[in-house]
Design a protein around this ligand. Structure first.
Ligand SMILES: [Zn+2]
Length: 359
């Protein structure tokens, strides 16, 4: 029995389409992990949700000819409705476009970054893949095309807010190398360390209102800009707990929590491990100053590689599974083609009904 508190989270999918099997697998893995720790007597909080503020969602609504809000609400509901057919036990479900906790928390996070001197404006030109919702350096492209989507990125020129990620290279490397922030399996940890060693550049964290069609969370104090969807979405792990407030959940599961475990697919490894951990490390320093271990284990996969979950105790799979991505309608759903090996099948085959579900 353990009394350590576990905060388990998943990536949150774009809702430009309906759920596909890849995301189902990812969330079932996270669910198995949450159930495992509950059965060991540990307090567990399990969060999932949807990423509603993507430009992809805007384009999907335009393509369908339906109001954006209707499309987002409809598809987000389909994700939330996975709960019963998949027997999921999540404690909380956050939607980034409609949950009042989220918008307020993202605005607080933005202001905190601004106050610490991490944000500045700059004219920028870059190659942008809407499918990925990110800029690519020319060297990252394959024959001039997005390595994930095979499409030609758009050349975008605009003035945006930038985040000083370059400041955090050494600190991030140190946290990962020391095991304070764990990424599993080791091959993915090495991939992230290699990425950091190659240098971390400041990156754009806002979009023009015009290009985003005004959809998303506005930059506080700048009516021309909308917060970049990744900056917005990655904050959900904090905002769901009441980041920046006196919410007991925030202190229980984050500021004073024992373990925070994040299950994702390898396609989003860089964003999640680098940019999100910035939030994590900042938060830990500013908010708590304690020595509790922050964990960012990453379940990986996509197309072929099996994922892992876990932290110190629950080692899980590293078995390749053949297959190709089942769809492209959601970049964050492209993540999961994991075959769960080792201990997980035992958990997965336990009677769902016999395991206490919090809701
Ligand atoms: Zn792409």
């Amino acid at each position: 029995m353990t009394k350590q508190r576990f905060y388990v989270t998943t990536a949150i999918p774009y809702v430009n389409g309906r759920p596909h099997l890849g995301f189902a697998l990812e969330i079932v893995q996270a669910d198995a992990l949450a159930r495992h720790w509950r059965r060991r007597g540990a307090p567990v909080r399990f969060l999932t949700g949807t990423d509603d503020n993507s430009l992809k969602n805007v384009q999907a609504a335009e393509a369908e000819g339906v109001p954006l809000r209707d499309l987002v609400d409809r598809n987000a509901a389909a994700y939330a409705a996975l709960r019963d057919p998949l027997g999921l036990s999540f404690d909380d479900f956050i939607r980034t476009s409609s949950d009042p906790r989220h918008r307020a928390g993202v605005e607080r996070l933005w202001r905190a970054c601004q106050a610490s001197g991490d944000l500045y404006r700059k004219l920028y030109q870059g190659l942008y893949c809407v499918g990925c919702e990110q800029f690519y350096a020319p060297a990252e492209l394959q024959d001039g095309r997005c390595p994930e989507h095979g499409t030609e990125p758009q050349l975008v020129t605009e003035e945006n807010w930038f985040f000083r990620l370059s400041r955090y290279r050494e600190r991030l490397a140190e946290l990962i190398e020391s095991g304070t922030l764990r990424i599993e399996p080791a091959s993915r940890r090495n991939e992230v360390l290699g990425f950091i060693a190659g240098g971390l550049e400041d990156f754009s964290v806002s979009r023009s209102v015009t290009r985003s069609r005004g959809w998303g969370i506005g930059v506080p104090g700048d009516p021309d800009q909308v917060i970049y969807v990744w900056f917005d979405a990655l904050a959900n792990y904090l905002t769901a707990l009441g980041y920046g407030t006196d919410a007991p959940a925030y202190h229980q599961w984050w500021a004073s929590g024992d373990r925070r475990v994040h299950v994702i697919g390898k396609g989003i490894l860089r964003f999640q491990s680098i940019r999100e951990n910035y939030q994590s490390t900042e938060d830990r320093q500013v908010r708590t100053g304690n020595s509790s271990t922050v964990l960012r284990p990453v379940a990986t996969s996509m197309k072929s590689t099996a994922g892992a979950i876990s932290a110190r105790t629950a080692a899980v799979c590293a078995r390749p599974s053949a297959g190709t991505s089942g769809g492209r309608s959601s970049a964050r759903r492209r993540s999961s083609r994991c075959t769960v090996a080792s201990r997980m099948p035992m958990l997965a085959t336990s009677s769902r009904r016999s395991i206490a579900s919090p809701k």
